[in-house]
Every structure is written in C-alpha cells, then in structure tokens.
Write a protein that binds this ligand. Structure first.
Ligand SMILES: C[S@@+](CC[C@H](N)C(=O)[O-])C[C@H]1O[C@@H](n2cnc3c(N)ncnc32)[C@H](O)[C@@H]1O
Length: 201
C-alpha cells in the first residue's frame, strides 16, 4: 500500500511515512474543509495533510515536535508546490503560548494513536493517544477555533467522544474495513451523526 500512498517520492523517516495519512484521503478532507480560508494541523509529521489542505485553503500551519519531520515537511511542501501557503513550526501542541499565535479557522488534531511499539494496535481512550487528544481538543478549542477535526482510530465510538460534545463521525473505509475515523466538531453540530466514505488505495 505504501507504494500508492503518495503521488510523489516524499521526504521522511519510515515511521513518519507509515503514520502519514494517504494522499487520496487528505485530498478528500481538504475538499470537505474548503469552506475555510485558514487551517492548522496539530501533529503534522511530514506535512502530508497540511500540503493537501494548502491546495484548497489560502494558508495552513503545521506543528510537530519532531525537528527532522519539520525539515522533511518543508521539503515536501516544496515538492508539492505549496511552500508559499504553508508554515511548519517545531513545537509542542500542548503549549498554549504557541497555540495562541496561530490564526486558523479550522484545526485538525492527529496525535499518535498506536498502542506501544506495535503500530497496528490502537489505544482505546482519549487520554492514551500521544499526546492526549482530549487535552489537545480543549487547548485548541480555547486558543484557536471551535471548528475541530480529530483523526481517530476505528476503536473510538460516540460513547468515547461524548465527553467532548456532539460530533459527526466519518468512517474512512478501504478494502471493506474501517481504517480510521474523522470526528468533526463545530458549534452547529448539535446531534451525533455518522457517515461512511469509501476509498481505493
Ligand atoms: C499520526 S502522526 C501525524 C500524521 C500527519 N498528521 C499526517 O496526516 O500525515 C503523529 C505525530 O505527532 C507528533 N507528536 C507527538 N507528540 C507531540 C507533541 N506533544 N507536540 C507536537 N507533536 C507531537 C509526532 O512527532 C508525530 O509526527
């Protein structure tokens, strides 16, 4: 699957490439979020989601604490021709001083949700992601925007997410399996709802 994950030979470490969202799906997300002009991704890794967002939005920030990944993300932005519409910042996404300086209408939260060293096993609750997606959610909501998109493992259900408020879950499906989910939060989402999106990768 990795061979088809991106349309270009991207820069980055093997783990970063493994964790990155496949291009066809970040393109789909970008289309869905194209009503916004500005965005930020908290935990952007190699920048592959930020890059697709930057093709639809005017300006997109990416934050990751891994210095080498930020270097790769900048090179990848150049590779995809969006270097003038993106800014990659090395930092901790829980640092509120950093978040306060980000101007974005929508924030995507994508922490690491693998359980331990086995990347194929996923955590079972909001506090166990690295960093805690619950903490990220409240800090991003307080300091950046109320329009929040969480990339979460397929183990997360409304029961787990209810503590954060009502949301829309979008199931991302390929090879007849839910691979992961997006949870969309915004002030006008007042009831839980669920949709399915199918992809060929
Ligand atoms: C699942 S990957 C992100 C994939 C990326 N969003 C994409 O779509 O291609 C998770 C990233 O979270 C970063 N990370 C973990 N803890 C962090 C923290 N406290 N602050 C910033 N980045 C962090 C890791 O370095 C890793 O690159």
């Amino acid at each position: 699957m990795n061979e088809n994950k991106f349309s270009k030979e991207i820069y980055g470490d093997a783990d970063g490439i493994y964790m990155s969202c496949p291009e066809v799906i970040s393109k789909h997300l970008a289309k869905r979020l194209s009503e916004y002009k500005t965005g930020v991704e908290l935990c952007c890794a190699l920048g592959m989601t930020v890059i697709q967002l930057a093709k639809k939005l005017d300006y997109v920030y990416g934050i990751d604490m891994d210095e080498e990944r930020i270097v790769s993300a900048k090179k990848n932005a150049q590779l995809y021709g969006v270097q003038n519409r993106t800014e990659f910042i090395q930092g901790n996404v829980l640092d509120e001083n950093l978040l306060q300086n980000i101007q974005a209408e929508v924030a995507i939260l994508d922490p690491d949700w693998s359980a331990g060293s086995n990347k194929k096993e996923h955590v079972m609750n909001l506090e166990m992601t690295q960093p805690s997606i619950k903490e990220m959610f409240y800090k991003a909501k307080e300091n950046i925007t109320h329009n929040l998109v969480l990339r979460i493992p397929n183990t997360f259900t409304f029961d787990i997410l209810n503590v954060l408020g009502k949301c829309e879950i979008e199931n991302i499906i390929w090879d007849n399996r839910i691979r992961f989910k997006y949870a969309f939060f915004a002030d006008d989402i007042l009831e839980n709802r669920e949709t399915n999106s199918y992809f060929i990768i």
